[in-house]
Ligand binder design. Structure first.
Ligand code: UDP
Length: 498
């Protein structure tokens, strides 16, 4: 009878998962989508974050909750805690708001102080599992102390994490000449993977917070976790799913593309959509199918005036229609915009500039868009894959050079612009000339065989992405398996307590 009573109670109590994202858009956005995805399967989801970051996720969470009204899905909660006071100005709580190296250090310190409210949440609420950002490596011990399984989430591809793992294990840079153009082979991966020395984070570069040692600790914490969840899908990188399981002995669930769970195509990721957003969609409505290249570099990348000048020249030379998202932190146009370029965007002509936050999902899924010039952030990459849009790749730092390999070499849905230097989001990069930019856009968007083949592949891959998250698809099933495993764990814990 007791067993039946426990079973009855378990049936009434949905599984409760705590989501704990790092305070940067590239982490908050997929976590909000992932919560929507699990909530749609009956899981009670809470997201723990600070006020500014809660506001960034609010619209996506509200739209998801609206869609659940009248269904059995429990509403997603955001548990808002104060941002730790480390001397940053009020409201500076997110990676995009950091302007100086000094503030970067303080921001890092503040993020690590979130351990206290994290601990408190676990004590007060005893969730069944936590999906913690990998950038909080200490959460593996904090969760273990409270008997809560930790699922790590880095927000990157399995390919990129496999590259980092072999770099950390084998340090292939040690045996390569100290020449930026020297090719470095990453050993032990399913494919032959080679990058220029200048495209890799150098272990000798022990940056105070984000250096090699931090990544070693992070990789070790993820390995010690209950498992890892990926915003990816089996059909995208099957060899790395196998590599993870058999060679690395790590447990992973691929549940993406999570963006396909969003009910908030326009306002996802912001509480301040650009005032240009509606006009941009109307402008796109007037353009022929597959004729527009979309340009955006995510939320953290900054360009020097010289780089912006060349990009503007490249767009002019390419002869293509374009939508270009210029972030709020962009230098004043008088510092870089060529006169002829301003003409192109006047009077609804060949180009449209969005200042501020663009509705990226709406744009990528618009029929007029035929290509995406991207910095290869993993969220943007998967959003393009899901929309069936091929890419011109222009990586800058973090996992972006690895993601470029996925796009150009593994999936063959992109043209590389030929970026060579890994440098953090605030350091200067080599200036790539307008002719090179125009040439890469032309290869992708033109009518040649190369562009046709990539368009076809991208379209087919988009179909596979959508199938993965539909009922019976690989990601759909992975979510089901994870829920079942956590439920079974809860039952065995309860049985153990009796
Ligand atoms: N994004 C958007 N509008 C913008 C800029 C970015 O919707 O104007 C979204 C984009 O769709 C993606 C995320 O912000 O979901 C950026 O993440 P990504 O991993 O591509 O790059 P990061 O900003 O982390 O470098």
């Amino acid at each position: 009878q007791l067993a039946m009573a426990v079973k009855g109670e378990q049936q009434q109590q949905p599984l409760h998962i705590l989501f704990f994202p790092f305070p940067a858009h590239g982490h908050l956005i997929p976590i909000a989508d992932m919560a929507a995805l699990f909530a749609a399967r009956g899981v009670r989801c809470t997201i723990l974050t600070t006020p500014v970051n809660a506001a960034i996720m609010r619209s996506a969470v509200d739209r998801a909750n609206d869609a659940f009204a009248g269904t059995n899905s429990p509403a997603i909660d955001i548990s808002v805690v104060p941002f730790p006071d480390v001397g940053l100005p009020p409201g500076v709580e997110n990676g995009t708001a950091i302007k100086s190296q000094g503030d970067r250090g303080k921001f890092f310190e503040a993020a690590q102080l979130l351990r206290e409210p994290f601990d408190r949440f676990l004590v007060d609420n005893r969730p069944d599992a936590v999906v913690s950002d990998s950038l909080f490596p200490w959460s593996v011990d904090a969760a273990a102390e409270h008997g809560v399984p930790r699922l790590a989430f880095m927000g990157s591809s399995m390919f990129a994490l496999s590259c980092i793992d072999t770099m950390l294990r084998n340090n292939p840079l040690a045996t390569v000449p100290d020449d930026p153009d020297a090719l470095v082979s990453l050993p032990g991966l399913p494919h032959r993977v080679e990058l220029r020395r200048s495209q890799l984070m150098d272990p000798a570069n022990e940056a105070e917070h984000w250096g090699w040692a931090f990544f070693e600790g992070l990789n070790a914490a993820d390995q010690r976790s209950f498992g890892e969840v990926f915003n990816s899908f089996h059909e995208l990188e099957p060899d790395y799913v196998e590599h993870y399981r058999t060679t690395l002995g790590r447990r992973a669930w691929l549940v993406g593309p999570v963006a396909l769970a969003t009910k908030d195509m326009a306002g996802r990721g912001t509480d301040a959509l650009s005032p240009d957003a509606d006009n941009c969609i109307e402008w796109l409505d007037m353009k022929p199918a597959v004729s527009v290249v979309y340009i955006s570099f995510g939320t953290l990348t900054s360009f020097s005036p010289a780089e912006l000048h060349e990009l503007a020249r490249g767009l002019e030379l390419s002869g293509m229609n374009f939508v270009w998202v210029i972030g709020a932190a962009c230098p004043d146009s008088s510092e870089w915009m060529p006169e002829a370029f301003a003409e192109l965007t006047a009077h609804g002509g060949r180009g449209f500039i969005i200042r501020g936050w663009a509705p990226q999902m709406l744009i990528l899924n618009h029929l007029a868009v035929g290509g995406f010039l991207t910095h290869c952030g993993w969220n943007s990459t998967l959003e393009a894959v899901s929309a069936g849009v091929p890419m011109v790749t222009w990586p800058r730092y973090a996992d972006q050079f690895n993601n470029e390999k996925v796009i150009v070499e593994l999936l063959k849905v992109g043209v590389s612009i030929g970026a060579k230097d890994y440098a953090s989001c605030v350091e200067a990069h080599e200036v790539i000339g307008g002719e090179v930019i125009a040439g890469s856009i032309g290869r992708l968007m033109g009518n040649g065989e190369e562009g046709d083949a990539m368009r076809k592949k991208a379209k087919a891959l988009g179909g596979k992405a959508r199938s993965a998250v539909e009922d019976g698809g690989s990601s759909y099933n992975a979510v089901g398996r994870l829920i079942d495993e956590l439920m079974a764990r809860r039952s065995s814990m309860k049985a153990g307590e009796m």
